[in-house]
Design a protein around this ligand. Structure first.
Ligand code: DX5
Ligand code: ZN
Length: 219
């Protein structure tokens, strides 16, 4: 099993973005996690295309784009053009989720759906075969540095059951409050991709923290 570490550039130093991107390039991390917030779906605004383009310019690893925005269909082709490798939309932000998933794929990207802490995984049952990834939010989306919600372990186990015999290659990604203290437990629950912002960028040597996270997954 391959375990993936996705540092969230939301916690990077935007005034020194190039050096933070290069630092992640040189680390054992697998993806760049790119958090886009619109101030409507979530109570915060992060960044949009110009910052993403700046990351893309230097990144040597895939961009894992997490759209915390309403009406994502309006922007999916542009995010694909801007260099997204995978695009994840929120279940709660999509009225026609099946259509949105097809649009992501038609734009040439891998498709993911994110679930807020209150949204059960069973709601994905009828689209689960179409998905490359499910992102389980382990905090309420909107901010870095929040406390991990323990019910996440149960949700990962529920999702693991849901994909059995149907889409076993699906990536189970966890986002929010993930770090050295809980990554091993998340692996045992069945997760295989880990977003971390604060736990990586707020440490003295982020590359070492990434290496330790990798070690704890036994990858
Ligand atoms: C939260 C974002 C997360 C955030 C994680 O809304 O989706 O990706 O950057 O930050 P930490 O790891 O600090 O909780
Ligand atoms: Zn995120």
């Amino acid at each position: 099993m391959k375990y993936l570490i996705a540092p969230s550039i939301l916690s990077a130093d935007f005034a020194n973005l190039q050096s933070d991107v290069e630092m992640i390039n040189q680390s054992e991390a697998d993806w760049f996690h790119v958090d886009v917030m619109d101030g409507v779906f979530v109570p915060n605004i992060s960044f949009g295309f110009p910052i993403m383009a700046a990351v893309k310019k230097y990144a040597t690893k895939p961009l894992d784009v997490h759209l915390m925005i309403v009406e994502p269909d309006k922007f999916i082709p542009e995010f694909a053009k801007a260099g997204a490798d995978r695009i994840t939309v929120h279940y709660e932000a999509c009225t026609h989720l099946h259509r949105t998933i097809q649009l992501i794929k038609a734009s040439g990207c891998k498709a993911g759906v994110a679930l807020n802490p209150h949204t059960p995984v069973t709601l994905l049952q009828d689209v689960i075969e179409d998905l490359d990834l499910v992102l389980i939010m382990s905090v309420n989306p909107g901010f870095g540095g929040q406390a991990f919600i323990p019910n996440t372990y149960k949700k990962i186990q529920d999702l693991k059951r849901l994909i059995q015999g149907v889409n076993e290659d699906l990536i189970i990604e966890v986002d929010g409050g993930v770090g050295l203290q809980n990554i091993a437990h998340l692996v045992s629950a069945g997760a295989n991709a880990f977003v971390a912002g604060n736990a990586i960028f707020a440490t003295e040597t982020p590359t070492e923290t990434i290496a330790k996270m990798k070690q704890l997954t036994n990858d």
